[in-house]
Design a protein around this ligand. Sequence first.
Ligand code: 5GP
Length: 186
Amino acid sequence: MSWSPARLTVLAGPSGVGKSTVAAMVADRHPEVFLSVSATTRAPRPGEVDGLNYQFVSREEFEAAARVGQMLEWAEYQSNLYGTPRQPVEDALGMGRPALLEIDLAGARQVRDAMPGALQVFLVPPSFADLRRRLEDRGTEADAQVAGRLARAEAELAAADEFDFVLVNDQLDRTVVELARLMGLK
Ligand code: 5GP
């Protein structure tokens, strides 16, 4: 199978598996890639920059944008809304740039319905214990939130076979090279 590089790729996978790191590294090594910046109603974590990691918006702003179709997909995760602003992705694809979305399982399913040609990649941890360690070590969430994220991760991992490809994130560099290869990047 050969991929045309100017296409949409979805990178999904449970919280804590390393999606953001992998996506940022692919975009860094392949500047032609448009890495979508999601909108979210969640509060910024220390060090997160508005417009870079996320567009941090109010629930009212988010809902208004979603209502008029400005989100390509969106989902609720731990009481916050997360979504992909549609226009920048369409602009990038229109210019022939490959676009990469780092989103959750619910969002990946919406993209699958709306854009069945998108490449769907699922990133999984080497083990569930590894995911637990990563989430705990990250230290960005309260214990209850870590527990919630792990419970959701367990359910999400069962959805791996919905995806075109499953990548095990055991060695970061190899994962990045492999995702770039699946995206048809040179
Ligand atoms: P976090 O709070 O850890 O940044 O993100 C929580 C979850 O929301 C992660 O699984 C992340 O991939 C997902 N997420 C981030 N942006 C989007 C988005 O635009 N749409 C959807 N559906 N999920 C997103």
